[in-house]
Design a binder for this molecule. Structure first.
Ligand code: TXA
Ligand code: MG
Length: 336
């Protein structure tokens, strides 16, 4: 049987003008290229080509067609594919380029393929701040659809080695930009209803969004949920193989410990331990979160015990990802 993805060696492209040019050429030819953003590595495909986008689902073994985020080098190119109301305009001006995704109604001439948009009449637009991402997007000259570059059911990748661990042989190339800065995915805000709604906490905090808007931003209210499903609707996500135990106040013998701040009692008998941030810095903890889960998720470790992390600022996105990592995983649960 022919596998639904290409099985040839994946190129590791350097972060040079030649590497960027090759990556852009592959994307324009309908191939898959993983690239760094400031949040996590994305698995890119030409968003205007249904065929290219279909390869993303095959390579990730994503069991369901979820709408994807389209990436752009700047606000003006993003604005061609969507209609921005006043709130979207202000958020774009304040946070782009940066870790914010805006869901807005499609424009009349929207170039995004129906498959990338899952047939919705809204689109998710993002202008990342990572210089390599921006150079690649500018050179590609079309919107690039990109979910996180992990195999379905795995933790999002924050370096090229994580991408290769999941997708080597299934994608044409990885553009190597080292380790990502933010470490958790973009914040997703929907600007399709009367009031902007927070669909996913992420790299831009709820507090800074409220400061720009001049009012608090909430999750969508049920009345508004003619609006599409948000990523957060999937309870199990970002899942390591080991069980994850949250809000631990002590480590049991044989457990792995994911710490934040001072070590917990029992850490000395842990099978392994990693501290997200000894000084209790939430930015540092977000940046280290996914790599730490990968590091602790190894054979012989049945349970990762996680210290409490405060839920403010970036802590909201960290706790959201940890909660999903800890959620029960029914067989065949769709993943991002
Ligand atoms: O930081 C990030 O956002 C990363 C990097 C690579 O940019 N990307 C990422 O993509 O996290 P992904 O596919 O893992 O998450 C995108 C989520 C989807 O799960 C989907 O629910 C939501 O965005 N989404 C996309 N289009 C949408 C739409 N029209 N309405 C509501 N949600 C949408
Ligand atoms: Mg993902």
């Amino acid at each position: 049987m022919t596998p639904p993805f290409r099985e040839s060696p994946t190129l590791l492209l350097p972060p040079t003008p030649a590497g960027i040019a090759r990556a852009a050429e592959l994307l324009r030819a309908g191939e898959l290229v993983a690239f760094p953003t400031e949040t996590v590595y994305g698995l890119g495909a030409d968003a205007t080509s249904g065929e290219a986008v279909a390869r993303i689902y095959a390579a990730k073994e994503r069991p369901r067609f979820n709408p994807l985020i389209a990436h752009y080098p700047d606000r003006d190119s993003a604005a061609r594919d969507g209609r921005f109301d006043d709130a979207a305009e202000r958020l774009a001006r304040a946070f782009w380029p940066g870790p914010l995704t805006l869901v807005v109604p499609k424009s009349a001439g929207c170039a995004i393929s129906d498959l990338a948009g899952a047939g919705l009449d809204s689109v998710a637009l993002r202008v990342p701040s990572h210089p390599l991402a921006r150079a690649l997007l500018a050179e590609t000259g079309r919107p690039v659809a990109a979910p996180s570059a992990n195999r379905s059911g795995r933790v999002s990748p924050t370096c090229a080695a994580h991408v290769l661990a999941d997708l080597d042989g299934r994608i044409a190339a990885v553009l190597d930009g080292g380790t990502t800065d933010v470490g958790v995915e973009s914040t997703i805000v929907s600007c399709v209803g009367a009031r902007p709604a927070l669909l996913r906490p992420g790299g831009v905090t709820r507090e800074t969004i409220a400061a720009v808007l001049g009012f608090a931003i909430d999750e969508p209210r049920s009345a508004d949920t003619a609006a599409p499903v948000a990523p957060g609707q999937l309870a199990s996500h970002y899942a390591p193989r080991a069980r994850v135990r949250l809000n631990a106040n002590a480590i049991a013998p044989g457990e792995a410990a994911l710490l934040f701040g001072a070590p917990l009692p029992g850490t000395e008998q842990a099978a392994a331990h990693v501290n997200l941030s000894e000084s209790g810095d939430l930015g540092q903890a977000a940046a280290r979160l996914f790599a730490s889960l990968r590091a602790l998720d190894r054979p012989g470790i049945a349970c990762i015990a996680v210290a409490p992390v405060p839920g403010v600022g970036l802590g909201e996105a960290i706790n959201d990802r940890l909660k999903r990592a800890a959620a029960p995983r029914p067989q065949g649960t769709p993943e991002q």
